[in-house]
Design a binder for this molecule. Structure first.
Ligand SMILES: [Zn+2]
Length: 356
């Protein structure tokens, strides 16, 4: 090859390569855009409507080795929903699950679920753009999911939940959307999206956090942090990881289960919460109890699918009154040796704490 030929080949390569990369990311963007357009058509809303909530696993899902975050770009461009506006959330799912979009209109209570057909993405951008919506999504279902509405239309709820209208994501999406619609705070909704769904268990995590923060506030933001001995573990611990950055990988949380007999021996035990000072190597600990039956709450009278979601809504009234459910079983000081004993396998943290 002479210089002229080489230059030509190089120019050709440069012309093709960025194009290939762009086309790949643009199919995902187009997917988000198609989902948005279908939702806007079905739920009848305009771009920027603050009554709209969008939930998706885009960004977590990987389709045929391709990451899916660009779908968020298409979704936001069309609907105007964004993280900044508090009406776009990514719901954690394992990467191998199909990518889906859920759009909810707070005004009507209606929602649409769309699940992408992975094989539809294996095509050129032009072909993909030309595909009709029903060839892009293997599942499209619309339902009213507002709990006030469903209370009086349980037959519709039966169809949504029992026939898996959202491919098994019904509880997850309906729970998050209903609490969002009733003013659930951004951080709480974000934490529940990490947990997968919004259940009374994750709500109890918020109450436990608030109870601890009131009694053992962080006064020194560089030296102090919270450590959780999650014994026994339940949904609460996913919220605590997010809210306090108390992750197991950084020794912020140690997770241990209890036998039924141990649970009975320490009624309502909800773990040990430590405010640790990493400079003085000392901390304050609370062994806490959480009693879900401490208050007489109104109960859902309809089919089983509604009871936890209804409880989620009712519990929101107690966000600033966590002591209505929580009690301090024991308060004690912790040094480095005691902290190590509370964390180590082979030791029983409740025995180390002296509550069992
Ligand atoms: Zn849960």
């Amino acid at each position: 090859m002479n210089i002229k030929e080489r230059t030509f080949v190089l120019a050709l390569l440069l012309a093709i390569m960025p194009g290939v990369a762009l086309a790949e990311s643009t199919i995902m963007e187009e997917l988000g855009s198609k989902a948005a357009k279908a939702a806007m058509d079905q739920l009848k809303f305009e771009k920027g409507d603050e009554n709209i909530l969008t939930l998706t696993n885009a960004g977590y899902a990987v389709v045929d080795g391709q990451t899916t975050q660009a779908a968020l770009k298409g979704l936001t461009a069309e609907t105007g929903c964004s993280i900044g506006d508090g009406n776009l959330f990514q719901v954690l799912r394992p990467y191998w699950k199909p990518v889906w979009f859920f759009v909810f209109n707070k005004t009507s209570g209606e929602a649409i679920y769309m699940e992408a057909d992975g094989s539809a993405l294996k095509t050129s951008l032009d072909e993909f753009k030309a595909k009709p919506v029903d060839k892009v999504f293997s599942k499209i279902s619309k339902a009213n999911i507002d709990m006030d509405y469903l209370e009086n239309h349980t037959d519709e709820g039966n169809v949504t939940f029992n026939q898996k209208a959202f491919n098994g994501n019904e509880f997850s999406l309906v729970s998050i959307a209903n609490v969002w619609a009733r003013g659930g705070s951004f951080d709480f909704i974000q934490d529940t999206c990490f947990h997968d769904h919004l259940c009374p268990g994750v709500t109890s995590g918020l109450f436990l956090a608030k109870y601890v923060e009131e009694r053992l506030p962080i006064n020194n933001i560089t030296a102090e942090s919270y450590k959780v001995i999650a014994c026994p573990n339940w949904c609460k611990d996913d919220l605590l990881q997010m809210r306090w950055d108390a992750t197991p990988g950084k020794s912020g949380m140690f997770v241990m289960a209890l036998t039924d007999a141990e649970k009975k021996a320490v009624p309502n035990i909800a773990g040990i919460y430590i405010r640790w000072n990493d400079t003085s190597k000392s901390g304050d600990a609370l062994a806490l109890g959480f009693n879900f039956s401490a208050q007489k709450l109104p109960q859902w009278k309809g089919p089983a699918w509604g009871s936890k979601i209804y409880q989620d809504i009712v519990l929101m009234d107690y966000v600033d009154k966590p002591e209505a459910f929580i009690s301090t079983i024991k308060e004690f000081k912790v040094d480095a040796a005691k902290l190590a004993m509370l964390q180590n396998a082979g030791m029983h943290p409740l025995k180390v704490a002296g509550v069992l």
